[in-house]
Design a protein around this ligand. Structure first.
Ligand code: F6P
Length: 558
């Protein structure tokens, strides 16, 4: 289908959006007893309730027509076929291969990649077994019980989020730390807590050129040597996770101590690859396989389920409807599960780095909007922070409420209380509270008429605010795998509809380049720098002041 078909589908949606505008969800629920059941789907162990969106049954037809006009089914086939859909980097996108066994053949340039994938997974498995059994030990013969993953972005957020989420599955005595920020505070904070003799550093970087990771890795190595170890001991305590063998060797880690992945694995989609070694070491390799299996279940669901029963497609379409038709510009990720406290941060990269684009695949500008701002906190913490704005602010924010039915930490009625809030908040956002209801309630409470008139408007909730609910039984490795893959495929689907490349990230380059240019102008050890003149007036002035504050009179050092 052509751009004209897409354009027409958008027009139909816009018209339909205008028809929906005066409707309130509380009336839609009141009128249609089937509504909750109608907008409820299950797959790969997850349940999605999308009934608290401002939609009618026909809305789904219009949204599905848009996805078809954007050739979603053909593009999904191209994704799984290993076509180079990341056109600006001429790369295939096959993170799904990393969680497959031999069910499907994934080819890049006509070559089956599964033998490579399975061989690397087998290496990871035996590495984990050797560490666990004490066959592979540190330079002084002690067991390696502490993992320090040094990486940033996709080489940090996924593994850190998963390790946190799956704490109940940690191997006994295992410790894991993540260092990402080039701010020395991050590395220093971890080094303070670890013993070099029992520590294994994983230097995780797809490119092995990322400034922050390389700097942290060098400093970690320096620290390790300062603790009385020799260069020869490095091999026992430093491992690389990367696609770049040459850069890994140049750093001083040999091929035996490197776990590989490939350019067809995007950084933010890489936790399933060697980048997940910190996960496998922490929760045990078998549990890592379960995480992969859960994601694989979702891959199958995504690939084989009709679009109107397909969880990632439905989640994507709700996002498109809210963003492009209802004008919602921010989307909250609200896990009612403390274990998932890093999930919003993980999705910030996954969604915003993937779909925060304004140029289409054909090089022309996007018309309309793409990725909303993604943010979030676990419930109930968020309720005491930013939910005020979600309920009564001038902007409408959409949300995904996520919760397990059962907790790994069933202490008294903690989880029941958590679930009560998980149910109440989206209900309140949807239903709201009218002025008449507020007044009646205040009257019943015996509030004086004058006070009712003064205060009541402040206590009104407009409601009609959209949200999805995602529930599952317990947060197991398998379920977490499915949950992450749900969002990965949601992102892909939205990228198809917006006609953008979800798999490059040129937007991170300019700042990196500029930092490289500015770096030599920052005083490191008190040397006087010439007055800055190469940048805009604001940057020049800030640079001069920072240099002066670092080593000048302002700090009382001259
Ligand atoms: O921020 C840009 C980025 O390239 C991300 O896409 C990536 O996850 C991160 O940097 C880290 O990259 P690398 O794994 O190559 O160090």
């Amino acid at each position: 289908m052509s751009d004209i078909a897409i354009e027409k589908s958008w027009q139909v949606l816009q018209t339909h959006g205008a028809d929906i505008a005066p409707l309130h969800m509380r009336d839609l629920f009141a009128k249609d007893p089937e509504r909750a059941q109608q907008f409820w789907r299950e797959g790969a162990g997850l349940t999605l309730d999308y009934s608290k969106n401002r939609i009618l049954p026909e809305t789904m037809g219009h949204l599905l027509a848009l996805a078809r006009a954007a050739r979603f089914e053909q593009k999904r086939a191209a994704l799984f076929a290993g076509e180079k859909i990341n056109i600006t980097e001429n790369r295939a996108v096959l993170h799904m291969a990393l969680r497959d066994h031999r069910e499907h053949i994934y080819k890049v340039d006509g070559k089956d990649v599964m033998p490579l994938v399975l061989a690397e997974r087998a290496r990871m498995k035996s590495f984990c077994a050797d560490i666990q059994a004490g066959k592979r030990v540190g330079a002084t013969g002690k067991k390696l019980t502490t993992i320090v993953n040094i990486g940033i972005g996709g080489s940090d957020l996924g593994p850190a989020m998963v390790c946190d989420a799956l704490k109940p599955y940690w191997r006994e005595g295992q410790r894991v730390f993540f260092v990402s920020n080039v701010d020395g505070a991050d590395l220093a904070g971890v080094l303070r807590q670890i013993d070099p003799e029992t520590t294994l550093f994983l230097i995780a970087s797809k490119t092995f050129t990322t400034q922050e990771t390389m700097r942290n890795a060098q400093s970690a190595r320096q620290w390790f040597l300062q603790q009385g170890h020799s260069d020869a001991d490095i091999a026992k305590h430093f491992v690389a996770l990367s696609t770049n063998l040459e850069a890994v060797s140049a750093f001083g880690i040999d091929a035996d101590n490197m776990f590989r992945f490939w350019d067809w694995v995007g950084g933010r989609y890489s936790l399933w690859s060697a980048i997940g070694l910190s996960i496998a070491l922490t929760i045990g390799y078998d549990n890592f396989e379960k995480l992969l299996a859960g994601a694989h279940d979702m891959d199958r669901h995504f690939q084989q389920t009709p679009m109107d029963d397909n969880l990632p497609v439905l989640l994507a379409l709700m996002g498109i409807w809210n963003r492009n038709i209802l004008g919602v510009s921010a989307h909250a990720i609200l896990p009612y599960d403390q274990s998932l406290h890093r999930f919003p941060a993980f999705l910030q990269q996954a969604e915003m780095e993937s779909n925060g684009k304004s140029v289409k695949l054909d090089g022309t500008n996007v018309v309309g909007e793409t990725c909303p701002v993604i943010f979030g906190e676990p419930g109930t913490n968020g309720q005491h922070a930013f939910y005020q704005m979600l309920h009564q602010g001038t902007d409408i924010v959409s949300a995904d409420f996520i919760a397990p039915a059962c907790s790994h930490y069933e202490i008294g009625d903690h989880h029941a209380k958590l679930l009560a809030n998980f149910l109440a908040q989206p209900q309140a956002l949807m239903q709201g509270k009218t002025l008449a209801e507020v007044k009646a309630e205040m009257k019943q409470m015996g509030v004086a008429e004058d006070d009712i008139e003064k205060i009541a408007p402040h206590r009104v909730f407009p409601g009609n605010r959209p949200s999805n609910a995602i529930i599952f039984e317990t947060l197991t490795p398998q379920i977490l795998g499915a949950l992450i893959a749900l969002y990965e495929h949601k992102i892909f689907t939205q990228g198809v509809i917006w006609q953008i490349n979800s798999f490059d990230q040129w937007g991170v380059e300019l700042g990196k380049q500029m930092a490289g240019a500015i770096l030599p102008e920052i005083s490191v050890s008190g040397e006087t720098k010439p007055k800055a003149s190469a940048y805009d007036a604001s940057t020049n002035r800030l640079l001069d002041h920072l240099n002066a504050m670092r080593f000048g009179k302002e700090r009382g050092r001259s």
